[in-house]
Design a protein around this ligand. Structure first.
Ligand code: ADP
Ligand code: MG
Length: 396
């Protein structure tokens, strides 16, 4: 890996510009979920311990290049002070005289938060002039915002070309976990891809079939693959116009030696609601008036066997309509199996995606996974095999 970590940087007495993702939910000026703030603590603490002066660059909301007072980062100062345990100063702009003055006044052991980078039009255009104005404030650049790394912005990409740069601890952990899962994984590698639709995950499926040994397809998207094989799925969620695409993915998998696992049995119901009357049928026997809402017990047993034969697992997308019981059963059982194998040291397990993280939390399995990515879009783009500008910019 060609990016540097904090360990390789001399930070003593230096002003360190740190790009963080603290785009937290705020209600009436109060932070309601500080998870993202807590995640940057190791990076800031390490910079302080090395004698550096952390100056935080961050975005908040979508002000679209204009100053929108409701999207000021200032209300986050108390939550930052609480999480970091040090004084946090604030500058009303991320460049220019106000920022320079605040940096000059910053004492050792303190942190400075600069105003929303997206108040400047250049930010989302990866403008070099804006990047230079930000870079002029410090001596070193650290990017700890993996979740913003899929965007080429001045504070995530251009600035890294100007200053000596490194990955923060959160970025480092994320990149190492992803590298272990797809970059240079222990084989066999299994990917689970579920969720609602094939159409939102085409690039992801296309990339995975050439990289993994087993691909388990679940959720609504499995229905589309069943349709592609000429199977009638009744009233199930399925993208009938994607059947050709699904067949292409199956052919690509075959050519690459990737084994595809579709559910052999399914749970069907007539209503999409919690506790709806349901039955287990073979995957090719969905009644015309019913819909498939989960994978069946035989499918779950097969998935468990695939997991047992794997050394690495990467998971995006639930296996069924996990929000409504009992259609969370297959997702819960597969998650429990992955958790058990990971605990036993037999499996490296990495998962990401908004609903996936929610489903694994609901299953009580998230804590046992090797790594859970909360990076959302950046995680998915990485699974699609795309280069992330914020990561590429750190390569030296
Ligand atoms: P992620 O956010 O982790 O990338 P997705 O958004 O792709 O995941 O998919 C999650 C959604 O897929 C959930 O809302 C879930 O209810 C839905 N889903 C899964 N299986 C089915 C199914 N058989 N029928 C209808 N919806 C399903
Ligand atoms: Mg989703």
């Amino acid at each position: 890996m060609a990016w540097k970590t904090l360990d390789e940087m001399d930070l003593a007495g230096k002003v360190v510009l740190v790009r963080v993702d603290i785009n937290v939910p705020v209600e009436n000026g109060v932070v309601t979920d500080a998870t993202r703030i807590e995640k940057i603590v190791p990076t800031i603490s390490d910079i302080l311990a090395k004698g550096g002066k952390p100056v935080l660059l961050a975005h908040f909301g979508r002000p679209k290049g204009k100053v929108v007072p409701e999207m000021s980062l200032k209300p986050l100062v108390p939550a930052l002070e609480k999480a970091l345990g040090v004084k946090v100063a604030f500058a009303p702009d991320c460049i220019g005289a106000p920022a320079k003055k605040a940096v000059a006044a910053l004492a050792e052991g303190e942190v400075l938060l600069l105003e929303n980078t997206r108040f400047h039009e250049g930010e989302e255009k990866n403008d070099a002039e804006l990047a230079a104005a930000m870079a002029a404030l410090g001596e070193v650049y650290v990017n700890d915002a993996f979740s913003a790394a899929h965007r080429a912005h001045s504070s995530t990409a251009a600035i890294a070309q100007i200053l000596p740069s490194a990955a923060g601890r959160l970025m480092e952990a994320e990149l190492k976990a992803l590298e272990a899962a797809l970059g240079n994984p222990a084989r066999p590698v299994t990917a689970v891809v579920g969720g609602a639709k094939v159409s939102t995950k085409l690039d992801l499926l296309g990339n995975l079939v050439s990289k993994v040994d087993h691909l388990v397809i679940g959720g609504g998207m499995a229905n589309t693959f069943l349709v592609a094989q000429g199977i009638d799925v009744g009233k199930s969620l399925a993208e009938h116009d994607m059947a050709d695409t699904a067949r292409e993915i199956l052919a690509k998998a075959k050519a690459a030696g990737c084994a595809i696992h579709l559910p052999v049995d399914v749970v069907v119901a007539r209503e999409f609601k919690a506790g709806a009357e349901n039955e287990v049928v073979p995957a090719d026997a969905c009644p015309a008036d019913a819909m498939i809402l989960d994978a069946g017990p035989e499918a779950v047993a097969q998935i468990a066997k695939v997991f047992e034969a794997s050394k690495t697992l990467i998971w995006n997308g639930p296996l069924g309509a996990f929000e409504i019981a009992p259609f969370d059963a297959a997702t819960n059982a597969a998650a429990a199996k992955a958790a058990e194998l990971t605990r036993a040291g037999a499996l490296i397990s990495v998962a990401g995606g908004g609903d996936t993280v929610a489903a694994l939390n609901k299953a009580g399995a998230a804590a046992d996974f090797s790594y859970i990515s909360t990076a959302g879009g950046a995680f998915l783009e990485w699974m699609e095999g795309k280069e992330l500008p914020g990561v590429a910019a750190l390569m030296h």
